[in-house]
Design a protein around this ligand. Structure first.
Ligand SMILES: NC(=O)C1=CN([C@@H]2O[C@H](COP(=O)(O)OP(=O)(O)OC[C@H]3O[C@@H](n4cnc5c(N)ncnc54)[C@H](O)[C@@H]3O)[C@@H](O)[C@H]2O)C=CC1
Ligand SMILES: O=C([O-])CC(=O)C(=O)O
Length: 329
């Protein structure tokens, strides 16, 4: 194998998403079946031993594409030469914690990681933030990396996108492969807006196929938006394998492109499109080609969609104000 390995850094590597993610990266599912990878695992000091255990298992899989594993608790080492960074490790909300406390605790993680990316990552670095609140954590990291083009910082809404695909497929008696051009707008939170007005089911407009606005408003949208909580309720733990799967999908699509005639959803810094204030990291419909993404332009936004996009964007603006107030951006 002559290709230079791609350095992939994963934070929170000893967590539950990390455990579902690392084996898939090492097997070639993140970047492609012919792309060798080197893994850098970043963890907090008390979790290093668990990360070492995971690395032992990775070794034991004898993945032909895996050309090395480094484990560290130092972001400057973890992001040195990184080409792809998956920021999964975050501070979960615990009992009695206010939203401001959560944002501040995560600021303590994502600000130094953003700075380490700024100072040490490779020139072609691509960053995906998974750790919640993902959009605003991505904003914090991006603000701490002024030398890295802002568009390299993205937040994960692909899990929401995938959840919406399956709900729509079930409703219309189709399969996910029949569905194209679905969009998640806004924040990865309960205010997100899964939009089917431009989606197609086997080539027909999805909203017309469904023809049921009550289902849309009262079933589909809340089911997708509150799916994370429903999984926690059922499983006693938050989504892990499906979140790891979405992270794989997000980066794979970003690097290898969207299919002709289709698009995906990514949380990305807004350029002002669709009235979303510039700089906010908000989810948009995007096409990807040659390792770059572009916002799909020219979609007509009806009143039903406008109100919901605006509500989610307002929440993102409030989060941005809060982290600005805390001096995190
Ligand atoms: N955007 C999305 O769609 C989704 C996001 N999530 C979020 O992903 C995050 C991770 O979830 P899980 O793996 O289930 O959590 P987990 O608690 O099992 O693992 C998190 C890991 O991060 C590590 N960590 C904490 N601070 C760190 C730091 N400063 N540097 C490196 N590692 C650090 C912890 O030691 C822990 O091992 C959570 O914030 C969760 O809410 C989960 C599902 C979907
Ligand atoms: O809700 C959570 O904590 C995990 C999450 O982001 C999701 O499953 O979408």
């Amino acid at each position: 194998m002559t290709r230079t390995p791609v350095n992939v850094t994963v934070t929170g590597a000893a967590g539950q998403i990390g455990y579902a993610l690392l084996f898939r990266i090492a097997s070639g599912q993140l970047l492609g079946a012919d792309v060798p990878v080197k893994l850098r695992l970043l963890e907090i000091t008390p979790a290093l031993k668990a990360a070492e255990g995971t690395a032992m298992e990775l070794d034991d899989c004898a993945f032909p594409l895996l050309q090395g594993i480094d484990i560290t608790d130092d972001p400057n080492v973890a992001f040195d030469g990184a080409n792809v960074a998956l920021l999964v490790g975050a501070r979960p909300r615990t009992k009695g914690m206010e939203r401001g406390d959560l944002l501040e605790a995560n600021g303590g993680i994502f600000k130094p990681q953003g700075k380490a990316i700024n100072d040490h990552a490779a020139d072609d670095i691509k960053v995906l933030v998974v750790g919640n609140p993902a959009n605003t954590n991505a904003l914090i990291a991006q603000a701490a990396a002024p030398d890295v083009p802002a568009e390299r910082f993205t937040a994960m809404t692909r899990l929401d996108h995938n959840r919406a695909l399956t709900q729509l497929a079930k409703k219309t008696g189709s399969t996910v492969a029949d569905i194209k051009r679905l969009t998640i707008w806004g924040n990865h939170s309960a205010t997100q807006y899964p939009d089917i007005f431009h989606a197609t089911v086997a080539g027909k407009n999805a909203a017309e196929v469904v023809a049921d606005e009550k289902w849309l408003a009262e079933d589909f949208i809340p089911t997708v938006a509150k799916r994370g909580a429903a999984i926690i309720e059922a499983r006693g733990a938050s989504s892990a394998a499906s979140a790891a799967n979405a992270a794989i999908d997000h980066v794979h699509t970003w690097v290898n492109g969207t299919a002709e005639g289709d698009w995906t959803s990514m949380g990305i810094p807004s350029d002002g499109s669709y009235g979303v204030p510039e700089g906010l990291i908000s989810s948009f419909p995007v096409t990807c080609k040659d390792g770059k993404y572009e916002i799909v332009q020219g979609l007509e936004i009806n009143e039903f969609s406008r109100a919901r996009i605006d509500a989610s964007v307002k929440e993102l603006e409030e989060e941005r104000e809060a982290v600005r107030g805390l001096g995190l951006i």
